[in-house]
Design a protein around this ligand. Structure first.
Ligand code: PAF
Length: 281
């Protein structure tokens, strides 16, 4: 059995471990996670291992990115299983702070990113990117990695943290990692664990609808018409659509002309579970 990675919970211990990595001449890659790790997270860790001599994975279910009515309490937590998985890919260090280590008494700062955070998720989860940007800003300054891996599955988040790192000169290169999918197309997500057997069969419709819309756009259909059709296809299977949208692939701004690179993004509820996905055109 592979050796379990060392686990630290304090900022000072994280910093001293990373200083040790630096002293040996290694580059450091950070993989920020909320735990309940699946194959998608392993792909992030493997990419980190390719890029840097030392890999740090943070595991922290960040209360600041959940609204009071959301699934913070029931979000899956599985530290022991996570450590075993991380051992298999040779992760060097796990940073698993408590909420009070991350947000000590009196904590009163929140990072707001504009640009790519506007619309889409923010229309439905207005608290979300403030919470993500604040914790990622803290993780970047606590760990000071050379690289940080983010999955394309959370495409808007990827663009927001890329903007954050550039705008605040955090010196961290945000590295996108492609979405990992089940055989039927469903994007891997820790929240897939909430789906019952029937819902699991229906869930791939989001990817199928986006794929069809991308084909239609490539064949000349106007993007708005294609995403409207995709939205109808998803609703027809009983999901409640939050949005299906065609956006500029880099800025996530609404499209201005047909020559722009396009990303299709969707979010929909399947029962009590909110699923998101996106693909390039
Ligand atoms: O994508 C996630 O798991 C979280 O949003 C992140 C980036 C770890 C911040 O809490």
């Amino acid at each position: 059995m592979a050796t379990l990675p060392k686990v630290v919970g304090r900022v000072r211990d994280l910093r001293s471990a990373v200083a040790g990595f630096r002293a040996e001449g290694s580059k450091v890659a950070l993989v920020p996670t909320m735990g309940a790790l699946h194959v998608g997270h392993m792909a992030l860790a493997e990419r980190a291992r390719e890029l840097a001599g030392r890999t740090v994975v943070s595991i922290f279910v960040n209360p600041a990115q959940f609204a009071p009515h959301e699934d913070f309490d029931k979000y899956p937590r599985a530290l022991e299983a996570d450590l075993n998985k991380l051992a298999e890919v040779g992760v060097d260090l796990v940073y698993a702070p408590t909420a009070t280590e991350m947000y000590p008494a009196g904590f009163a700062t929140r990072i707001t990113v504009g640009g790519p955070s506007e619309g889409l998720e923010t229309d439905f989860r207005p608290h979300f990117f403030g919470g993500v940007a604040t914790v990622v800003g803290k993780l970047f300054t606590q760990c000071a990695p050379d690289y940080a891996m983010f999955g394309e599955k959370d495409y808007q988040q990827l663009k927001v943290v890329t903007r954050l790192s550039k705008d605040l000169d955090l010196g961290v290169e945000v590295v996108p990692v492609p979405t990992i999918r089940e055989e039927d197309g469903l994007a891997l997500s820790s929240r897939n664990a909430y789906l019952d057997e029937e819902q699991r069969k229906v869930a791939p419709v989001i990817y199928a609808a986006l794929t069809r819309a991308a084909e239609q756009i490539r064949a000349g259909t106007e993007p708005q018409a294609a995403v409207d059709t995709a939205s109808g296809m998803i609703s027809a299977l009983g999901l409640k659509v939050d949005y299906v949208a065609a956006r500029h692939a880099e800025t996530l701004a609404p499209l201005k002309d047909a020559k722009e690179p396009i990303r299709l993004l969707a979010a929909a509820w399947l029962g009590q579970t909110r699923l998101i996905d996106n693909i390039p055109v």
